[in-house]
Design a protein around this ligand. Structure first.
Ligand code: SF4
Length: 686
C-alpha cells in the first residue's frame, strides 16, 4: 500500500538571497484545539518560514505566534542532534555523543537487566502530549510497555477530570464546533482563554456578538474576551462547581428545567437536583466571591436563551473540585433543554470524532502497576514495591510540568535511577538523563493533525529531512520492540509502516480521503447538532446525569464541594494558566521577557509591594523568585504565573509546579495545580 500523495504546492521561485525556495503544505498536530493547516517555506533543505494555509477552513490562513517561531526550536541551540550518554553529574547536562546503535543497545540491555533484577514494574514509561500526534504515542510505544510488562502510566496531568465527566455524561459525544458559535444567542466561556489556547475560536465568538449574542466569561482573570463580555464572573479558583450548581438550582426551582427532554433523553436528574438544592444564588456567589446579582443574571440569561452554548474549558478542572465542576457545567444543557438546535448545547473536546482509537489493533493492557503521572515525585522517591529503577521519558518535560517539582527533581537526581529521555530539545528533564535520544519534530515526519475544537483531520507531512540524527518516535520504538523481541510478525516497525496501518484502519472513507489530500468528514458531518445528528455514546444513548461509578469514586460524592485549602500562612490562590508563548511546555526553551507574577493592587498594597519588585512566592513545598506585575486584570486573593515555564524562566530555577501539591482531583485523578496556596513577599525583605 502506497504512502499518501503529497498535496504540496511545490513551487519554486528565486529568493532574494540564498537560492530557490519551495513551499510545502502540512498541518500542526501540537496540543492545541485548532490543528491549523500550514504552509512552510523551505530553502536549501531548511525551514525559513512557517505560515497558515487555507486548507483548513476554520483556521483559514492564520496561525499563532508560537508555531511561527517553531524554526527556532528546529535549529536552535537546545536542539538534540545525536544520541548521547551522560558524562557529568545528573542535572549538569554534560553528555558524550554515541552512535544510535550503541545508545539503543545500552537502553535495550538496561531494560533486560532491570526487568531481570527488579521486575518489569520497576520500569516506568513517562509521556504526555508534547507531539500530540497519533503516530507519536500510544502505538509502538504502547506495544513495548505492554508486552514488556512495565508499570503503566495514568496520563492525568490534563483533561482527566473533564474527560471523565464528558465520558460519564455523554460518552464523549461530538460537541458544537467553532463554525456554529455564531448561531448562538448566548455563549458562556467557562474556564477557557482562547487568546492563549485556541485562537481561532475568537473570530467566531466575535461574529456571534456582532449578531447580538450575549457573552458570559467565567475566569478569575479579566481576559481579552472577558473585557467585552456582558457578564464576567471572576470566580475564586475551585468554586466553579458551586456556581454551576446554583444555575441548575435556578433552572429546577423556576420551571426552566426541560422535563420533557430529561424524561426522554436522560436519567439521574432527580439526584442532580437534590445535590444542587443547597446552592442558592447567594450561597454560591459568596463561595465564589462574585456578586449575587451577576450570578443571578447569568442564571436567568441561560434559562431564557436559545440557542445557548457552554464552552467547557480545562481551567476549571485543575483543583480539588475540578471533576464535579466539569460534571455540573456539562450537565447544564441537558437540564436547561439547550440541545437540538444549531449553536446550542456544549462545546468541549472533539478529539473522539474520528475513531482513531480504533484505527489499529492494540496490545491488551497487562495488570501491572498503574502510576498516576501527577505522583511522579512520589514514585521516584517513595515507591518500593518495586522501586522505580528505570524511567523512559518522551513527549513531555516532567521536571517542569509535574506537581511538586522539588520532589520530582529529587527523584531525577537519584544515582541508582537509569533515565532515558527521548526528546527534540535539551529539556529540564533531559539534563538528568543517562541516555538522551534525539527525536524528530512534526516538520520532519508524518503524523495526524487532529483538531479537538473544530472537527478537522489532516496529515502532517515531512517538510524537511530530520535535523542531525533525530529519529521519529515510531522508528525508535519499533527498533526497541525488535531488539527486545516483542514485535509480532507483520506488525509495523517504523513510521511509514505505522502510517499505512493507521490509514488502512480508519473507518469509512477517511483514510482514502487523507491519502488523496481531501478533507475527510465523519458520518455525522463537520458541524453536527447535538441530539439531532449525534447522540450520547453511552450504552442506552441517554445522558447519565448521576453516574453511579463516579459517585462511588469521588471522595465525597458527585456534585459536592470541598472547601478552599487556603490557610492564614498561605492565603493566596496561585493559578498557572496557558500563555501565548508555549503549548503546554513546548517552546518553553525560547528566550522570553521576564516572567512576572500577576497580583491585584489590593493584595500588593497589603504586602507593601510595588510594580516590578522582585518577589518570592512560597509555601511549604517550595518557592519561586520573579518580578511582580500589579494589575487589576486578576481578582483579589488570586495570583498567577504562566503554565509550561521552563526552569530557566525564573530567577531561582523553580516554576509554578514547585508550589503545586500533588493531590488529585475529585474525579479522574487529575492535577490540582490551582490548589496551590501561597504567600508572596519582597525578595529584598528575605
Ligand atoms: S499551536 Fe494551535 S494555533 Fe498554533 S499553529 Fe498549531 S494548531 Fe495553529
Amino acid at each position: 500500500m502506497a504512502t499518501p500523495a503529497n498535496p504540496t504546492s511545490s513551487r519554486s521561485r528565486d529568493a532574494a538571497s540564498g537560492g530557490p525556495t519551495s513551499v510545502v503544505e502540512t498541518a500542526c498536530p501540537l496540543d492545541c484545539p485548532d490543528a491549523c493547516s500550514l504552509v512552510v517555506t523551505v530553502q536549501s533543505g531548511r525551514v525559513i518560514n512557517i505560515d497558515g494555509s487555507h486548507r483548513n477552513p476554520v483556521t483559514e490562513g492564520f496561525i499563532c505566534a508560537k508555531v511561527r517561531k517553531f524554526g527556532e526550536r528546529l535549529y536552535g541551540p537546545d536542539r538534540l542532534l545525536y544520541p548521547a550518554v551522560r558524562k557529568g553529574r545528573k542535572g549538569e547536562g554534560r553528555f558524550k555523543r554515541v552512535p544510535w546503535d550503541e545508545a539503543l543497545e545500552l537502553v535495550a540491555q538496561t531494560f533486560r537487566k532491570t526487568k531481570a533484577a527488579s521486575g518489569g514494574e520497576s520500569i516506568l514509561p513517562f509521556s504526555y502530549g508534547g507531539s500530540n500526534g497519533v503516530l507519536t504515542q500510544d502505538n509502538l510505544d504502547a506495544h513495548l510497555w505492554r508486552r514488556f510488562g512495565t508499570s503503566r502510566l495514568a496520563r492525568t496531568v490534563c483533561a482527566a477530570p473533564t474527560g471523565a465527566a464528558n465520558m460519564a455524561l455523554y460518552g464523549k459525544m461530538p460537541s458544537v464546533t467553532y463554525q456554529d458559535y455564531p448561531e448562538a444567542s448566548l455563549i458562556i466561556l467557562w474556564g477557557v482563554n482562547p487568546s492563549a489556547s485556541g485562537i481561532h475560536l475568537i473570530p467566531y465568538v466575535r461574529e456571534a456578538q456582532k449578531r447580538g449574542a450575549r457573552l458570559v466569561v467565567v475566569d478569575p482573570r479579566t481576559t481579552a474576551l472577558a473585557r467585552s463580555a456582558d457578564v464576567h464572573l471572576a470566580v475564586k479558583p475551585g468554586t466553579d462547581v458551586a456556581v454551576a450548581l446554583a444555575i441548575h438550582r435556578h433552572l429546577f426551582a423556576n420551571g426552566y428545567a426541560d422535563e420533557a427532554f430529561l424524561g426522554r433523553h436522560a436519567h439521574g436528574a432527580d439526584r442532580l437536583r437534590e445535590r444542587a438544592e443547597f446552592w442558592t444564588i447567594e450561597r454560591a456567589a459568596e463561595a465564589a466571591g462574585v456578586q449575587a446579582a451577576s450570578l443571578a443574571r447569568v442564571a436567568q440569561l441561560y434559562a431564557e436563551s436559545s440557542p445557548a452554548l457552554v464552552r467547557c474549558g480545562w481551567g476549571l478542572e485543575r483543583n480539588r473540585n475540578g471533576g464535579n465542576a466539569a460534571m455540573a457545567v456539562l450537565a447544564l444543557p441537558a437540564v436547561g433543554g439547550k440541545f437540538g438546535v444549531r449553536g446550542g448545547g456544549y462545546s468541549m473536546s472533539n478529539s473522539a470524532s474520528w475513531g482513531l482509537d480504533r484505527a489499529w489493533s492494540k496490545s491488551p493492557e497487562p495488570e501491572t502497576r498503574l502510576v498516576n503521572m501527577n505522583h511522579l515525585g512520589r514514585a521516584l522517591t517513595e515507591y518500593d514495591d518495586p522501586p522505580v529503577k528505570m524511567l523512559f521519558v518522551y513527549n513531555c518535560n516532567p521536571a517542569a510540568t509535574i506537581p511538586d517539582q522539588r520532589r520530582v527533581i529529587r527523584g531525577l537526581e537519584r544515582e541508582d535511577l537509569f533515565t532515558v529521555v527521548f526528546e527534540q530539545v535539551m529539556t529540564d528533564t533531559a539534563l538528568y538523563a543517562d541516555v538522551v535520544l534525539p527525536a524528530t519534530t512534526f516538520l520532519e515526519g508524518y503524523d495526524f493533525a487532529k483538531a479537538y475544537g473544530p472537527i478537522y483531520l489532516d496529515l502532517a507531512r515531512p517538510v524537511v529531512d530530520a535535523v542531525g540524527e533525530a529519529r521519529s518516535n515510531a522508528d525508535v520504538f519499533g527498533e526497541l520492540c525488535m531488539r527486545l523481541g516483542v514485535l509480532g510478525e507483520g506488525e509495523p516497525k517504523d513510521e511509514l509502516e505505522l502510517l499505512v496501518r493507521v490509514l488502512d484502519g480508519l473507518p469509512e472513507t477517511i483514510g482514502e480521503d487523507l491519502r488523496a489530500g481531501v478533507q475527510p468528514s465523519p458520518p455525522f458531518g463537520l458541524a453536527p447538532i447535538q441530539f439531532v445528528d449525534v447522540f450520547p455514546n453511552t450504552p442506552d444513548r441517554k445522558v447519565d446525569l448521576f453516574p453511579a461509578a463516579l459517585e462511588a469514586s469521588a471522595p465525597i460524592g458527585l456534585y459536592r464541594f470541598q472547601n478552599d485549602p487556603a490557610t492564614d500562612r498561605y492565603p493566596l490562590a496561585l493559578i498557572s494558566p496557558a500563555s501565548e508563548r508555549t503549548i503546554s511546555s513546548t517552546l518553553g526553551e525560547l528566550p522570553r521577557p521576564d516572567v512576572k507574577l500577576l497580583m491585584h493592587p489590593h493584595d500588593a498594597e497589603a504586602r507593601g509591594l510595588a510594580d516590578g519588585d522582585l518577589v518570592r512566592i512560597f509555601n511549604d513545598l517550595g518557592e519561586v523568585h520573579c518580578p511582580l506585575n500589579i494589575t487589576a486584570a486578576i481578582r483579589p486573593g488570586t495570583v498567577s504565573l504562566p503554565k509550561g515555564l521552563w526552569r530557566r524562566s525564573t530567577r531561582n530555577g523553580a516554576t509554578a509546579t514547585a508550589l503545586a501539591p500533588d493531590t488529585l482531583t475529585d474525579l479522574g485523578g487529575g492535577a490540582c495545580f490551582n490548589d496551590a496556596r501561597v504567600q508572596v513577599a519582597s525578595l529584598a525583605s528575605g
